[in-house]
Write a protein that binds this ligand. Structure first.
Ligand SMILES: [Zn+2]
Length: 727
């Protein structure tokens, strides 16, 4: 999610799991002034509400012990009211617009709303309950309306536009100039420059868009029930474990099919169950249920796909862009759709070549087993799993014994960060936390300067949503004299009471990943809050996190932390080699199905405003063939009728961003390895040019300052095992 003016007020979680996000900036002007959070009758008196004033704890770390659920609603209500009053005061200022009395004043506005939003949305994710979820759904439309009331405030925009037009004469420092451009762009993208009639058209498009995306996602939810596959006979389920068969029987009974078995369909084209089912006909049935989702009957999503991409094209046209992809890419690192396409296209030959080699291995196995057919999409996972077992027989529980949680945290993560950046984490058990599993740390620089507060919330528990993420309770800003308070949240299963917690290597890598986001927040050193830390474009935000991942398997780091939790022996070389190789198994397929979906997303959103509605299946086939990614056995990870990221809206023309960030991470890591690897010299170079600057500079400019040149996709292909290591 691209942060903007309102990101100051509305919490943003660094994107981590591959989950669609809600559209952040819809322009639906509702009457915000009337928007009121439903008053909580039992709310404590205002003077007792700890959210209404900044916490007096170090760096405004929230005093969790004092905050009650009843405090949130009144604090949100007052926060929105105060924010609007502050914005009105900027508009009413009789002095001519200046950078200070307008842009800086906007940066300083909304302090209460920011504070309560950050605390609330963090707790809703990591420590949820019924009351919090209920308030969350009430807040969504109110916060959207609040945002609109600022972006569509014509008088406010008049001041911003005046400053923008005279920006050359203003003689602003580079960071201030970037902030001004950023603020101006966000207003323009929201429709601030349109005439009154155009605004009416825009509003109508937005309303239709919002209605249709809701319908699209509701159809997807209903479809997940409708297309579940019912199996009559247990013998057809050969290959599934007894516990999975039992679960399928229970699911069938729940759905009114007593005595049968129900296989539910997950969101992607490929279905996990296909890796173990021996019955080829059943595999085909399941795959077809998945891949033909939303193409017939009452829940046919094709009309929605056609109209949604057309609405976006029309909206882009209205706002002065060639197509929706151009609109969406403004302000990102990629900047233009052609840059995304050339990046993806440059990888196609290597990826297709590897995928074909994987296909040949699978085909050979089919023939060895006496099969007389060409591998089909529903066969791939089943035979790939057999190939994997042949090549890398890996016992996950054996691997975990070398990754004991405390050792991973202290001798792996914290050790690496100390070697690279000279920073140290000191436990702060005196600081309040929101759950007993959470640990608080204070971060110190190499010279002893205190930098930030860090909460480590690593263990799975009820009330926490799935996945892993980083977020901030307090953002860094020199203007606001704030130091960061950051959290990492994960779902590692905790060891039994009194026993060690052993961590899978996947989770170890994710711990490094999330701390990468964490350092992006904690080492930020910018002036303006809306340009700080992870407030970068979504094709850049996963760069600092993915970059840190690779240290988890760096020899010097492993030598410091990967020891057997009982015997203290170092992880055997042979086992380690297997772990690392297994990571890249089937990577041609994985990369190709991702790229196909990303290309499809770009093609749909490259249609011009006056384009006719397209035939969905024909358009898909043509788009994939055009880019040479139309392998029959490897369909896109999502097809249009169930592509929630793209057609659902949140990541429209943005699905490429995951890979873009990984390209930067791989290129940066390879570069530092060439320069001596785990050293302060390397860490400082990276910290100064990437971590400290947040969004205060154009991302490509920052990258080139760090790297000396623009990135290529070579290192990514090596990282994914799709190209041999050079030298
Ligand atoms: Zn991430």
């Amino acid at each position: 999610m691209r942060k903007s003016l309102l990101a100051v007020a509305i919490v943003a979680v660094a994107a981590c799991s591959e989950a669609p996000k809600p559209d952040s900036k819809s322009v639906q002007a509702t009457e915000v002034e009337k928007a009121q959070v439903a008053g909580d009758q039992t709310a404590p008196a205002a003077q007792d509400n700890p959210l209404l004033s900044p916490s007096t704890l170090q760096y405004q770390a929230p005093d969790f012990g004092q905050i009650k659920d009843g405090h949130f609603a009144p604090a949100f209500e007052q926060g929105m009211r105060e924010h609007l009053q502050e914005i009105q005061a900027i508009v009413d200022n009789p002095e001519p617009a200046s950078f200070n009395n307008t842009i800086v004043a906007m940066e300083q506005s909304g302090a209460l709303l920011t504070r309560v939003s950050r605390i609330f949305f963090n707790l809703v994710g990591s420590d949820s309950n019924e009351a919090r979820r209920e308030l969350q759904s009430k807040l969504a439309p109110q916060l959207a309306a609040h945002s609109d009331s600022i972006y569509l405030n014509a008088d406010l925009f008049a001041r911003v536009e005046k400053l923008y037009n005279q920006r050359v004469e203003e003689e602003l420092d580079a960071e201030s100039a970037r902030l001004l451009e950023d603020v101006y762009d966000n207003f323009v993208k929201a429709g601030a420059k349109l005439s009154v009639e155009q605004k009416v058209t825009l509003r109508a498009l937005n309303e239709e868009h919002s209605k249709l995306t809701t319908q699209f996602s509701q159809n997807l939810l209903k479809l997940s029930k409708d297309i579940a596959v019912i199996v009559d006979d247990k013998s057809e389920l050969d290959g599934l474990s007894e516990s999975k068969i039992k679960a399928a029987a229970e699911a069938a009974a729940d759905a009114g099919h007593e005595g049968k078995y129900l296989i539910s369909i997950t969101n992607t084209t490929r279905q996990p169950v296909l890796a173990s089912l021996k019955n080829r006909e059943l595999r085909q049935r399941i795959w077809e249920a998945s891949a033909h989702r939303g193409t017939s009957g009452e829940l046919d999503n094709r009309p929605l796909v056609k109209r949604l991409v057309q609405i976006r094209a029309q909206k882009a046209g209205l706002l002065g862009f060639d197509n929706w992809a151009e609109y969406q890419l403004t302000g990102t690192m990629a900047e233009k759709p052609e840059n995304v396409l050339s990046m993806l296209n440059s990888m196609v030959p290597a990826v297709v070549k590897n995928t074909k080699a994987e296909q040949a291995d699978i085909q050979a196995l089919i023939e060895r087993e006496g099969g007389d057919f060409d591998v089909q999409p529903w066969d791939w996972a089943y035979y790939a799993e057999k190939v994997r077992q042949e090549k890398y027989e890996l016992d996950e529980s054996e691997v975990r014994e070398y990754f004991e949680f405390n050792r991973v945290l202290n001798d792996g993560l914290f050790y690496t960060m100390n070697r690279l950046y000279g920073i140290t984490f000191k436990p702060r058990p005196d600081l309040p936390v929101y759950h007993p599993d959470v640990q608080a740390f204070e971060l110190f620089d190499h010279d002893g300067e205190s930098l930030a507060i860090f909460y480590a919330d690593y263990f799975a528990r009820e009330g926490k949503r799935g996945g892993a993420w980083m977020s901030s309770f307090v953002g860094q800003s020199e203007l606001l004299e704030q130091k960061p308070v950051v959290v990492n949240v994960m779902n590692i299963p905790k060891g039994p009471e009194g026993e060690a917690t052993l961590v899978s290597f996947d989770h170890v890598t994710t711990m490094f990943h999330e701390l990468g986001h964490g350092l992006h927040g904690m080492l930020s050193k910018v002036h303006y809050p809306s340009l700080a830390g992870t407030a970068v474009s979504r094709d850049f935000v996963e760069f600092p996190s993915t970059f840190e991942e690779d240290w988890a398997s760096h020899p010097e780091v492993l030598a410091n932390y990967a020891y057997h939790y009982k015997t203290g022996e170092a992880i055997p070389d042979e086992l380690l080699a297997k772990v690392l190789k297994a990571k890249n198994f089937n990577m041609g397929f994985d990369t190709l199905e991702y790229m196909s979906a990303a290309l499809l997303d770009m093609e749909w959103h490259s249609l011009p405003a006056d384009a006719e509605q397209q035939d969905v299946e024909a358009f898909e086939a043509e788009a994939l063939a055009k880019h040479g990614v139309d392998l029959a056995a490897v369909p896109p990870r999502y097809k249009s009728t169930y592509f929630a990221h793209s057609i659902g809206g949140g990541y429209s023309a943005g699905y490429y961003a995951y890979m873009w960030s990984e390209i930067l991470a791989a290129d940066a890591f390879a570069y530092l390895r060439e320069r001596g690897g785990l050293t302060r010299k390397n860490g400082d170079l990276y910290r100064k040019n990437i971590l400290e600057v947040g969004n205060s500079r154009a991302p490509m400019e920052s990258y080139v300052k760090f790297r000396g040149k623009e990135p290529t996709t070579d290192a990514l292909l090596v990282r994914r095992g799709l190209k041999p290591t050079e030298g």
